[in-house]
Ligand binder design. Sequence first.
Ligand code: PLP
Length: 370
Amino acid sequence: MKDFIPLMSPDIRSSDIKSVNKVLKSGMLVQGKEVVCLENSISKYLNVKHSIAVSSGTAALHLALITLGIGKGDEVIVPAFSYIATANVVEIVGAKPVFVDIDIETFTIETSLIEKVITPKTKAIMPVHEFGLTANMQKIKEIADKNSLYIIEDAACALGAKDNNVFAGAIGEIACFSFHPRKTITCGEGGLITTNNDSIAKKLKQLRNHGIEFINDKMEFVVPGFNYRMTDFQASILNSMFERFDDIISFKAYLSGLYNEKINNPLVKRPTVPKNKIHSWQTYHLLLNDKLHQKKIIDLLNRKGIGSNYGAQCIPEQYYYKKKYNLDVNYLFPNATKAYNFGLAIPLFEKLNEENIDYISNTINNFIKI
Ligand SMILES: *Cc1c(COP(=O)(O)O)cnc(C)c1O
């Protein structure tokens, strides 16, 4: 039997390990110059003014909401289909996540439904660049401008993705990235926030580090903050990986192109990329025909030595949200429900080769009604 092909496996190279070793030997383990170096590289790459590295993508989203002053009594518009963290952070600051269905072609928020749910309490729209494809940002920007709402990009999956030639992370007031092992580059756990706004950046930096600010060279605790810092050895892995970032993105685009060519089962829908977008291919996500049973397909792939999973959750259908809001998901969020029940993420990472893609594609092409 062939070696099992997991859904994701990070490509940690000896140069990455060397880079971490250097930091470990230096004894400087907490946030330091490696973090600054990462922030500078990402700001330069994305063409944004500020990058603030933090301990996870979820920490990034949490700080973004707090920094914008979003809390009790406020509403934040989020897609019904995303990783649970998108809505959790809104709950955690005491605000209400207002769910909107997705567009089934792109798995991102359906912009034609956004204005229907805006109320005087709405403070922000939090579009998710699901699987590495940007939401319809032009339309979202129009709506946000017209209604004086903040845009918080959940760009956890979208480092390197572009929308009309602008990088994800350079569009909203604030954008949040993740460096979890499922994401394009990883340091285990990590995140990063980008913004072009100086005062937002200043506040984010205070909040990530116990509310510390230097006033006349004296360290003052100016606000109650968190410890959401990234360590220098984590940043050093990312710095090492970021040197080959363009190669990683283009190799994943190449592998996705192979899937697009080779998968041709009429019961399986391949992902679509609208014009004017560059996909970062964090995940290659198929949509199964309703004649295929998602869980049986995942089991079958597993038996064939291929890791797969559903792509993301229909959030209002999850235990906490169901109990609290009791929304009729089939009626309100038919596309999110469909994506949750018929979505299929298949392996996509740098260590795969054409032979792997052939094997996976052939296996998928042999799916029959199940
Ligand atoms: C991964 C992910 C997060 C959370 O990031 P962590 O680094 O795991 O905390 C949030 N939102 C989306 C859309 C994600 O994919």
